[in-house]
Structures are given as structure tokens and as C-alpha cells.
Design a protein around this ligand. Structure first.
Ligand SMILES: [Fe+2]
Length: 233
């Protein structure tokens, strides 16, 4: 099984602080059926700015440790890019997901939709495929509507029908139509992020929007919670 989104590398972002915990995460992931893990640390200007060489060096170090301890798991480099004004500075030297041309991006809730559209289009124009991290957690796709506690997803596929508010094609339709890929967090299906996200994830799964799945685990505890909840399902 593949984990397309994991903060397993130590001391790079808000993942584990130590190599020991990274090894424990690898063991826990392996025990739960994951044999390939994409290492996707954050790259956020002003917060997590480790460069690509830091990522590759740390990945090599962890790989060595796992080999020495006979833990059979394949690690593949990647990044979780933050979609903001600095994204294209970082994409001067892109680190896609392994040998593929997927670039994983997380869309901040505060970025205007027009900016998100244009950025994803520009990524495509550069020859990459935006892989949208955990869209089910994003307010652009599943907004909270004032005075309307009921869940109303902005999912209008495959026709690209109107957005409920703006009458434009929904952001999700647009991104799907230009060929973006979408990665679900496994925890979203178990209620880890609350009922609303769970409902959103179920809708997107039912509509076959997801192309990739990942744990988005940041710690050993996170892997344990995820795998225990998964077993209860
Ligand atoms: Fe993440």
C-alpha cells in the first residue's frame, strides 16, 4: 500500500523531531500495510523553509537507518507546497513526487479562488500536474454557509456546473477539468477532522474525485490513531 502524503522525515517541518521517532513511524506504517511512503514535508515561506537538498539528505539518512534495522519500506521524496505568492519562487527548483510530474500543493483557505485557479494553471503550463492535498479539508470546496448548518458541497461534476454563489464554474470543477489530481487524507474518512470533513470526503470519494490517498501523519501517535480508527471502521 502506498502513502502519498507523510511528514515522516525528522527535523524538517512539524513532523517528528528525532530520527528515532521517524523509525518508529516507519515501523508502525509497515505493520499496517504501507510498503511505500512519499516523504512530503511542508515548504512554507517564513515557517518551514528547508530546501530540497535538506529533504533529500534527510531521506537518505532515514533510508540508511531503516536498511540497517531491516525495516522494509520504500521512501520516495516529495514536498507539500503551500499555494501562496511565494510558490513560484520555490518552483524554480521543483521537487515533484518521486519520478512523476505531480507537484503536491495545499491550498490555504484564505487564498482567493482566482489566485488558486491561476496558480494551478501555471503549474500545468510548467509541465507538472497539481496534486491537491486533502481538498476535503478546504473551505473553498466545502464552505460553511452562514445560517445554513446543512452541508452543501460545491461539487458540480462532471459538467462544471455553476457555483452556488458566484455562478462561475466551481473551483473544484475547474481544477478537475484542467487535469489536477486530488489526494484524500485517510483520517478524513474516520472523522479525525470532524463530521463536516468526513462528509466532504465521502462525497468526493463517491464522485470518484480522488486519485491518491495518504496518511498526512506528522508523528508516531498520528499513525497509531489513524490505524486504530481505521480498524474500527
Ligand atoms: Fe501534510
Amino acid at each position: 500500500m502506498l502513502d502519498y502524503h507523510c511528514h515522516i522525515l525528522p527535523a524538517i517541518d512539524d513532523g517528528p523531531d528525532t530520527m528515532e521517532e521517524s523509525i518508529e513511524m516507519a515501523v508502525a506504517l509497515r505493520q499496517n500495510g504501507y510498503d511505500t511512503v512519499y516523504c512530503t514535508p511542508h515548504l512554507i515561506k517564513g515557517f518551514y523553509e528547508a530546501d530540497n537538498n535538506d529533504v533529500k539528505n534527510m531521506l537518505s539518512a532515514l533510508r540508511e537507518k531503516l536498511r540497517a534495522e531491516n525495516i522494509s519500506i520504500t521512501l520516495i521524496p516529495g514536498r507539500e507546497y503551500y499555494l501562496d505568492e511565494f510558490l513560484f519562487d520555490f518552483l524554480e527548483d521543483p521537487l515533484p513526487m518521486g519520478e512523476t510530474n505531480y507537484i503536491m500543493v495545499e491550498i490555504p483557505n484564505h487564498m482567493p479562488r482566482g489566485f488558486v485557479r491561476e496558480a494551478c494553471f501555471r503549474i500545468k503550463r510548467k509541465g507538472f500536474i497539481p496534486l491537491i492535498a486533502h481538498p476535503e479539508r478546504n473551505n473553498h470546496f466545502f464552505p460553511r454557509l452562514e445560517n445554513k448548518p446543512a452541508f452543501i458541497p460545491y461539487v458540480n461534476l462532471p459538467s462544471g456546473a455553476d457555483d452556488l454563489k458566484t455562478r462561475e464554474p466551481s473551483l473544484l470543477s475547474y481544477l478537475k477539468n484542467i487535469g489536477c489530481a486530488f489526494q484524500a487524507n485517510m483520517g478524513s474518512f474516520t472523522g479525525l477532522y470532524g463530521a463536516r470533513v468526513r462528509q466532504a470526503a465521502d462525497v468526493m470519494k463517491e464522485k470518484n474525485i480522488y486519485t491518491h490517498f495518504g496518511t498526512d501523519a506528522h508523528s508516531l501517535k498520528a499513525v497509531q490513531v489513524l490505524t486504530e480508527n481505521g480498524k474500527k471502521e
